[in-house]
Design a protein around this ligand. Structure first.
Ligand code: ZN
Length: 266
């Protein structure tokens, strides 16, 4: 499985530095960088200032992410979701702009009849999505993709977002925190790191309820082919755990985008 990343520009230092995936072995991300470069953005991390003061519908479309989810304004949706395959991470990477976990091939999530392959999990500190205006200290993105409808269309993405609040130390994070390379661009093989350990005992992915909406990648080229599933159940992690990830990746959340008549269902 090839890694791929679409972490967001850091809010605080976005104009000066920009952010993005630095993975070398990442076809979707390389394609994204190429598109961004063609559009006048700099895949190296430097960005044109107008990227951050973009006009919706002109510089980008009207389906941008992240968004602020207002829990009392959601619609009733009907979706099916089926998780298949394992959940053991094999490698942890320090990309500088995010901490990313890689997994073996064959882990899929079926959403509304479409099968998406799980590609990677990465972290944002603080959260990109807001719920009722609340920013959480951390957000995990489980990035899935499947081929687009035609050869020249972008992949269709499914991104599962897990928000994290401060609380008890999280077992899943403890399983790999010490293995994260301190040097940007480095990776380490890991063992006995399981996604299901992020949840309290007795809870797993099948228990999760989601908000769903149509959105975009949160880093250039902001491709609008993403089905977002934002978990309603917020998990806990220790303040020191969150701080360790933030020290490695910095503040890497894109600012909130307008909904423009999009509905969020649940
Ligand atoms: Zn992300």
């Amino acid at each position: 499985m090839k890694p791929q990343s679409w972490v967001s520009p850091a809010l605080a230092i976005a104009i000066a530095t920009g952010m993005g995936c630095t993975s070398k072995s990442c076809p979707p991300c390389e394609a994204a960088k190429a598109q961004a470069a063609a559009a006048g953005h700099h895949a190296s991390g430097k960005s044109d200032s107008n990227e951050y003061y973009a006009l919706p519908g002109i510089d980008h479309g009207l389906l941008q992410s992240p968004v602020n989810i207002l829990s009392h304004e959601t619609e009733h949706g009907k979706h099916t979701i089926v998780y298949r395959g394992g959940d053991e991470a094999e490698v942890v990477r320090n990309l500088g702009t995010t901490v990313q976990l890689g997994f073996g091939r064959g882990i899929t999530t079926e959403f509304d009849g479409h099968v998406y392959e799980f590609m990677q999990l990465h972290f944002h500190t603080p959260s990109e999505h807001l719920i009722d205006g609340i920013t959480y200290p951390m957000e995990m993105h489980l990035v899935h993709s499947r081929p687009g409808p035609s050869a020249d269309s972008p992949p269709a993405y499914l991104s599962i977002s897990i928000l994290v609040r401060m609380g008890e130390a999280n077992r899943f994070l403890d399983e790999f925190l010490d293995a994260i390379p301190t040097k940007k661009g480095k990776s380490t093989q890991i063992h006995d790191v399981f996604l299901h350990d992020m949840f309290p005992s007795g809870f797993n992915f099948n228990n999760i309820h989601y908000y769903h909406y149509k959105g975009s990648l949160t880093t250039p080229p902001y491709t609008e082919s993403v089905d977002w599933l934002v978990a309603k159940e917020v998990i806990e992690a220790g303040p020191a755990q969150i701080q360790r990830i933030n020290l490695l990746e910095g503040n890497n959340a894109r600012h909130v985008q307008a909904l423009y008549r999009r509905e969020i269902d649940e």
